[in-house]
Design a protein around this ligand. Sequence first.
Ligand code: ADP
Ligand code: MG
Length: 367
Amino acid sequence: MATITPIEGRTVHQIQSGQVIVDLCSVVKELVENSLDAGATSIDVRFKNQGLESIEVQDNGDGISPHNYETIALKHHTSKLATYSDLSTLQTFGFRGEALSSLCALSNFTITTCMAADAPKGTKLEFEVSGKLKGTSVVAAQKGTMVSVENLFNNLPVRRRELERNIKREWSRVVGVLGQYACIQTGIKFTVTQQAGKGKKTVLFSTKGNRTTRENIVNVFGAKTLTALVPLGLNLELEPTSAPSQRWLTQEDGEKKNIRIVGHISRPASGEGRQTPDRQMFFVNGRPCGLPQVAKAFNEVYKSYNAAQSPFIFANIELDTHLYDVNVSPDKRTILLHDQTRMLDSLKEALTALFDSQDYTVPVSQL
Ligand code: ADP
Ligand code: MG
């Protein structure tokens, strides 16, 4: 009979890393979120060969303090979460302390960082596969941090081949996800560039540190898209419930809990309704996430006004941090909303009322 033995640490690290960083999209998402958590107001994302050669994310955030160099890329080391109970009131994007350690296991990974007081001198950090610091060197740098990921999945041949084979689809997802962060984050300048081979760098889009999501949408999707949009402002008032499992949804004094959905949606009559995944964006308190049930509810209501098209949706669900769980999957894109069924019913009602309040319906002759 086979003997049960523990898996060796290095192997565990590699197995787990492949679950945190599952594709190009997760790399980009983790690095951008780290820059946001570091208080950056400017984030440059630079791709070479659509990320197959390299991905660099440069920010002007706080930088990394020398006393954290040794631990920064170790598994489950984070500056953002100390105890399990912190998870329910989390304000940062990151909390698992896994992204950087995973990238060490899956790519050629370096960090260049500089705190304000040290500029123009920064430090370049190199790591072992395990996430242990291998060495540091002094380089020229501005305040902030630049993370560089080369040859992603170089040691997972099957995953690497898949990435190369599906690069077209992956690339459009990556651009879509970056568009989501660029649109939702007001006051932050995003610039996304791509360089094919030794060719010229092309700017895919850039935002200007705008004050509103409307201005960001113009920068990312173009002014034409905006003309089709109406503001989305739905107030979902969930009635207090006596069901024990749902009691925590209502405040202790029995008051209703409000959930707001704010953003933009295309008018049913706008003709701006090509459905591609990057044109339907959902956020929970500003965190981009996949919410298929919420998307379905939006599309269902829209279809009853305009059966021929699907809407452009930019919807941020604002709700108490106790009413959802982000720790469902290692990539944190799946979010569990408390009492989703009741919320969806209320959402459909509110959206119907919005569309009914004005003449948003498409005349049959224009279909
Ligand atoms: P998490 O974001 O869950 O904490 P990560 O592995 O993504 O885990 O990052 C580990 C730590 O490295 C963070 O907690 C943060 O302190 C630091 N860090 C990562 N990226 C940056 C950055 N761009 N600027 C400053 N600090 C960073
Ligand atoms: Mg992180």
